[in-house]
Design a protein around this ligand. Structure first.
Ligand code: EPZ
Length: 460
């Protein structure tokens, strides 16, 4: 398995371009199951989760038609087309490695009338139930049974019927649940209203693709989404929105190294809560064309032609200020930036509080950060972080995608050498992170764990 070897203390400077969004691309790829026409996506990131989704869709009869002859991923343009609708079983062996496979359920059911998808089970950040997904599909008339760890869903002879469904749960709405119900409702008879729909930008991007395919979705981005069913959907050509979590991660990488970096293709309009929080801490995000004036983050995209594809410059005060943050559904502070923020606050001048309202157990990074000298006390879903003057490099263990990102930031800031084991977690959501950080001035190497002896990497 690969590890990262990081020599901390280097200031990040330079430019980095934000990739297409993993969490938008996954349901967008699955939407190809809704039609027998080709669906082309542009700016799909080259990530482990994306490659796994392409493999799963291949098993479901949806083939990529423009794969490069040399078997490489290509430039991020991916065209898929369904050639066999008899293959409708998303197997446990695939689903257990990537929970997002659940987003094949709605499209497959709506188009084929049948779907068998393994229950995803839990993961490192907590239980990952799908009861809200099943509530929504059952409300549309699907016959749902659970057998042998699989969800078996069937459409009755009369087809799916539009209805009003409440998708709220104890932690708010569900992103992939909204995606599933929205997809299924596009081919239902009549109108469907999703009350308490997820408002995430990735859901908006999916709705925009569905409309390009001939669907009639409105209200996306608000808690009430309305879908008027149509008889069939066609192909489309769609550009994936930039990845707001990747962008927020690089903003925080600049903050922990007192850096000065420019983010290109940055979806500022989907990061306002995170940028407000960073502004409070003393991290400044300004539009590139704003000149040297330090403008408030709320207008960071003034002058950007597309507020979802901005060029921004990220700098920070030398002394970072503490803050109190609660993660919430969009447009609140995103849970996917919580671990990264904790690393920033570990170096702030004072006591901060983070409360995790989406995944209350999403704190596997706390023990690892503590190994590097962070002072964090957890009480259930709340952590109190007492800032320290410096972190010290150490061998640490990645546990899930965003916790890994938080540890990379800690390694960049720490004094000395940090070894991050199991970076395959990171490869699920960050493309070539070590190369891009090195281009910004970081000292970071990817080495096989066998080459790392204790804290000394033979070939750092
Ligand atoms: C999406 O997961 C993202 N993944 C997650 O990002 C993200 O953390 C999450 O949304 C919340 O924003 C993708 O888009 C591929 P949810 P999703 O259903 O849709 C509970 C990353 O790091 N819930 O919105 O699976 C659930 O337990 C990943 O990129 C139910 O109770 O999340 C959680 O507490 C991690 N019943 C909350 O709702 C359900 O049926 C939000 O979950 C579904 C969810």
């Amino acid at each position: 398995m690969d590890t990262f070897v990081i020599e901390g203390g280097r200031r990040l400077t330079g430019r980095v371009r934000i990739n297409g969004s993993k969490n938008a691309a996954l349901p967008l790829l699955a939407a190809a199951l809704l039609t027998d026409q080709p669906v082309k996506l542009r700016e799909v990131p080259n990530l482990a989760d994306i490659r796994n989704m392409l493999r799963l869709l291949g098993e479901l009869g949806c083939q990529r038609t423009d794969a490069p002859d040399d078997g490489s991923f290509g430039d991020g343009t991916i065209t898929q087309r369904v050639t066999d609708e008899s293959l409708s079983h998303a197997r446990y062996e695939v689903v257990r490695t990537m929970r997002a496979s659940i987003c094949t359920l709605g499209p497959m059911l709506a188009r084929r009338g049948f779907a068998r998808v393994s229950l995803p089970g839990g993961c490192a950040i907590g239980e990952r139930p799908v009861d809200l997904h099943l509530r929504g599909l059952a409300a549309l008339g699907a016959q749902i049974t659970l057998t042998g760890g699989d969800i078996i869903a069937k459409v009755p002879p009369g087809g799916l019927i539009g209805t009003t469904v409440f998708l709220g749960g104890p932690f708010g709405s569900t992103v992939l649940g909204t995606a599933n119900i929205m997809c299924a409702a596009t081919l239902a008879k009549g109108t469907t209203i999703i009350e308490s729909a997820a408002c995430e930008p990735e859901v908006v991007d999916l709705a925009n693709l569905l409309n390009k395919m001939g669907a009639r979705v409105s209200g996306q981005g608000s808690p009430r989404v309305v879908i008027e069913g149509v008889s069939e959907l066609g192909g489309a050509d769609h550009r994936v929105i930039p990845d707001r979590i990747e962008a927020g991660t690089y903003m925080m990488a600049s903050a922990v190294t007192n850096g000065d970096i420019v983010l290109e293709n940055c979806p500022v309009d989907s990061l306002l809560a995170a940028m407000h929080c960073l502004d409070t801490i003393g991290v400044h995000v300004e539009a590139c064309n704003a000149g040297s004036a330090n403008i408030p983050t709320r207008s960071a995209h003034r002058g950007c032609e597309d507020p979802m594809r901005c060029c921004v410059r990220v700098t920070s005060d030398r002394i970072l200020r503490p803050v109190e943050v609660t993660t919430q559904p969009h447009p609140g502070f995103p849970t996917d930036l919580q671990a990264q923020l904790m690393t920033v606050l570990a170096l702030a001048d004072g006591n901060s509080v983070i409360t995790e309202k989406i995944f209350p157990d999403r704190f596997l990074h706390v023990a690892e950060l503590s190994r590097m000298g962070a002072k964090v006390i957890r009480h259930g879903p709340t952590c109190v972080i007492s800032g320290v003057r410096k972190l010290v490099g150490a061998p640490v263990m990645a546990s899930d995608l965003r916790a890994s990102a938080g540890l990379v930031l800690a390694g960049l800031a720490a004094e000395g050498r940090t070894i991050i084991n199991r970076v395959y977690h990171l490869d699920r959501g960050y493309e070539r992170m070590e190369d891009r950080l090195r281009a910004l001035g970081a000292s970071i190497q990817r080495v096989d764990e066998k080459e790392v002896v204790g804290v000394e990497a033979l070939s750092a």
